[in-house]
Design a protein around this ligand. Structure first.
Ligand code: COA
Length: 164
């Protein structure tokens, strides 16, 4: 399968910032596995199956991209997939400290793989899934930041609770 990269995250939900990273990385790596974390400390709005399903549908146009769920340690999943790279998007300097820690720890746990950072495109640098959820739950328009399918899912899941 060539050069495999794992792109891990919670993807609650997947945003245009994430898909931008995947699209650009799909031209660099032979195969990308978008790894949706099932066990996360985050209180997610969408179940793991929903997060996987949405990402799969949005990313279907990329023939060398696959979406899978993973449980437990990322390092175990990386090794199980035979990947040599963990792909992470960097949005701002504030991401750096945490990312550096994560990369260092993963390197200890799975020495044969390296973390590769890709800068997020400027116009997506301020997006985060929790901000998107918050705006949607308060009745704001997030259609500029997410795929129409995600927008519909957000309105369905969170939008109806807001009061005008
Ligand atoms: N564009 C837009 N938003 C982006 C982005 C991009 N390119 N990249 C990241 N984000 C957002 C995410 O949506 C997320 O938003 P939120 O915090 O508001 O939900 C935020 O930035 C942080 O993203 P990320 O660092 O990717 O966190 P995550 O929760 O999505 O993923 C895991 C973290 C799953 C990779 C990590 O917790 C993990 O590996 N867990 C498995 C357990 C494990 O192995 N632990 C030991 C690690 S050494």
């Amino acid at each position: 399968m060539g050069n495999i990269a794992i792109y891990p995250g919670t993807f609650d939900p997947i945003t245009n910032g994430h898909t931008d990273i995947v699209a650009r990385a799909s031209r660099v790596f032979d195969h990308i596995i978008v790894a949706v974390a099932a066990s996360t400390a985050k209180n997610t709005a969408f179940s793991t199956d929903e997060r996987v399903d949405i990402a799969q549908r949005i990313l279907a146009e990329h023939k060398n991209v696959e979406v899978r769920r993973f449980e437990g340690l990322l390092a175990h999943f990386v090794r199980q997939c035979g990947a040599k790279a963990v792909l992470r998007g960097l949005r701002a300097v504030s991401d750096f400290e945490y990312e550096f820690q994560l990369a260092g720890m993963n390197k200890r746990l799975v020495p044969e793989a390296d973390t590769v950072f890709m800068p997020t495109s400027e116009h997506y640098s301020y997006i985060s899934s929790s901000l998107i959820r918050e705006i949607a739950s308060l009745g704001g328009d997030v259609s500029e930041f997410v795929h129409p399918l995600v927008n519909d899912a957000l309105v369905e899941r969170l939008g109806k609770h807001h009061k005008k």
